[in-house]
Design a binder for this molecule. Sequence first.
Ligand SMILES: [Zn+2]
Length: 467
Amino acid sequence: MTYDTVIADSHVVLPKGMVNKNILIDEGKIVGLTNNIPSCDNKINGTGLLCIPGPIDTHVHYGVYSPINEAAKTESHAAAIGGITTMMRMLRLKDSFSNSLQAQLDAASENHYVDYAIHASIFNTKQINEMNYCVKKGITSFKIYMNLGGEVGHVYMDMPPNSSNLVAAQVNVTNEIVEQTVKTAASLGCPVLVHAEDYESCGCGIRTAKEKNKDGLSAWSESRSPEYEAKAIKTVSKFGRDHNCVIYFVHIGSERALLQIEEEKKLGTKIFVETCPHYLTLSYEKQEGYLAKVMPPIRTENDRKSVWTALSKNLIDTIGTDHVANQLKLKLDGGNVWGALAGFPGIGTVLPILLNDGINQNKISLEQLVRFTSQNASKIFGMYPQKGTLEKNSDADITMIDLKKEKKVTSDLFGGFSDYVVYEGRNLRGWPVKTIVRGEIVAEDFEVVGKPGYGKLVERTIDLYPR
Ligand SMILES: [Zn+2]
């Protein structure tokens, strides 16, 4: 028989090590890794390149500052150029899911270049009662924002499709909401993603810093101390233990938070940990201006190093970008750090950052890179073995990497909604050169060659990961 595609002569990086094999692809699936080259319609030359299972970005905000029918196009475009084959959206709806989810799903289904999955954010009791409805719609993970409430309860929700108006809301994610969400998720067999910052402490910290007329990223970090992360981690980990729920901490970037998580693991909570590229690359000690304002804040050089150490020891499971598709005019509206918008784009740069700072500087191994960028996420979120592996019958999601390729980062490289990147001008060594989703090349050499609407909502299974 004749197969669709073979990727010949590349180094294939698997979680257990590297092999020099050809990758056979047929009907969007991996057929196998071979030494010979059978008859194929397309041959992709992989000489000198690495092939990794397609990276999964576990943490992406899009559809907030532009509607999902547009944001899916722009942000999955950036994803494709950055070598990401699956992006996981942090859906935030103001309204009930039964009223507004279907329109979001329909608009999303027509506009992605790469595959995607969705985490649903839960803000109130009404939404807790609809978690079962979400599961039926294929959304099998839930997010809670312990940072939102009281005087810091303001948040922008996702826009309805085809709209252009920001959807501002005021929410109170009380400990009661947190516990009920955890309890309900456990009963459904779903993990809960937690933004762990105690909102009352943060509200107080910000008020105090403003009264003292402090400014800058150091003041931002000081106003939201790592102690407030630890406090929230303690609270929700207890709920996780009590209700036997898997807790997934998003965007962990401080030494204090990492230590608290190790404590909670010892007490028996089933925990997974995500960090973001900015906690590996930036600190307020070295970063000027307000562009790198984010929640939780970037911390000290010591914290940055401790995140690398935790990663090298496999104490962190995944790397998500916390990508926020926003623009400068909104971002810097306030004139000081308090007025600036939190969050920045990162989906295009995560892989080259990990290649440049991690692989090419020997901080993590290629096998670790594969586990952190795809395999662990796939298992935690019920996508294994469809995603996150190159086993027979898995989706042929493959990113081809040139570890020697050098390029300067610019925001227009990615074609996303944002008109800036925090890494503007940084020269990185190690870039994706081909992004393959289910056997089709979606991007190559910084050009998207796929079509919007090709990307599919990933079908997920529940509770696959052993507890
Ligand atoms: Zn986020």
